[in-house]
Each structure stands twice: as C-alpha cells, then as structure tokens.
Design a protein around this ligand. Sequence first.
Ligand SMILES: Nc1ncnc2c1ncn2[C@@H]1O[C@H](COP(=O)(O)OP(=O)(O)OP(=O)(O)O)[C@@H](O)[C@H]1O
Ligand SMILES: [Mg+2]
Length: 186
Amino acid sequence: MISSDATKQADPPNRVVVVMGVSGSGKSTVARTVAAALDAAMLDGDFLHPRANVEKMASGEPLADEDRWPWLDALNDAAFAMSRTHKLSLLVCSALRKRYRDRLREGNPGLSFVFLKADRALLESRLTARRGHFFKPEMLRSQFEALEEPGPDEPDVISVGVEASLDEVVAALIGLLRESRPSLPR
Ligand SMILES: Nc1ncnc2c1ncn2[C@@H]1O[C@H](COP(=O)(O)OP(=O)(O)OP(=O)(O)O)[C@@H](O)[C@H]1O
Ligand SMILES: [Mg+2]
C-alpha cells in the first residue's frame, strides 16, 4: 500500500527571491505588495548597510566595492536565515553587477532573482513626476552605467518589465512565483 506521505506532492525547498533593478524601478514597492499577498518574509536590503556606508552615501560620496562587500555578506547571511523559517522570502537589493549577485548566491542554493527591467526614459519621467521628491538625473545615469543586465549565463534570473502599472507588475510576479510553488496562499 502507498502511504499518504508517498502520495503527497513534495514541496520544493524554501526559496529566497532577490528583487533587483536600478533605483526607481519599483523594487521596494513591488516586493512589499507581493510579500503581503503571499505571506512571504520581506527585507529591504537598504537597511543592512553598515553605518559607515549610510554616512558615506548621505555625504554624496558613491560607495566603492570595498564598502559593498560587508553589506552584501550581511544580505547573504540574512537570505540564509530567512530561508530557514519561510517558504518564500523576498529580499530587496539592486544587485546591479554580476559580482554582487554572485556574492548573494554563495552558500544559498535556494536563492534566485527577479530583475525589474526598466527603460531609462520611463524612469526619468516617473521620477520627475514624483511630487515632493528631488530627482537627480545624474543618479539615474550612474545606475544604468553600473547595471550589468543578467544574461543567459544566469538562468536563475527572471526578468519582469515594469512599463505596465504597479498592479500589473505585482500580479505578473505573483503569477510567476505561484507557478514555481503552487502551495503559496491564493
Ligand atoms: N509599475 C509602476 N508604475 C508606476 N509607478 C511605479 C511602478 N512601480 C513603482 N512605481 C513608483 O515608483 C516609485 C519608486 O518605487 P520604489 O521606491 O519602490 O523603487 P526602488 O526600486 O525601491 O527605488 P530605490 O532603489 O531608490 O529604493 C514609487 O513612487 C512607486 O510607487
Ligand atoms: Mg527601494
């Protein structure tokens, strides 16, 4: 006789999805909304920067890679911890360069990426329209210069275009995540 355990569909291992993309592509907003809908853990990587990085950025100085490694290691550890307790966790990190993504992957086999793919002109118009927000086009330029778009050599990255409305982007991402894990809340 087949035991009920054997007939049960085995759930895949716990997953951590890094929501990546340039500043203004919607990472925080999208991740927050998706996490609420799917009862997932969510962490905005911006909050794990060492104090020295926060102060450097506040003074208008760009971060160097040496500043980023301790931050990425903290994110790597956070991803590992989240995967111990949650079926699905969302981690927000721009992860613009492949070497940053590789650092996040180290020792985290259940980790994958969703790349919120944004057109520069679209973001410029979105950010200019944001009221009460000072927009520096220079910042967007440096983001696109730093961006190394994931290619076919990174099969653990799914790209989602953000030209659609926020609701549509959120729905698309929820659909993709449910496809790979049917037991997520409906
Ligand atoms: N698909 C969308 N359509 C229209 N507006 C959007 C969309 N996605 C996000 N936004 C808006 O764009 C702005 C930037 O979004 P958000 O702060 O989430 O971006 P971010 O990628 O986290 O940026 P940062 O890296 O600077 O933290 C917000 O005002 C958000 O409401
Ligand atoms: Mg953000």
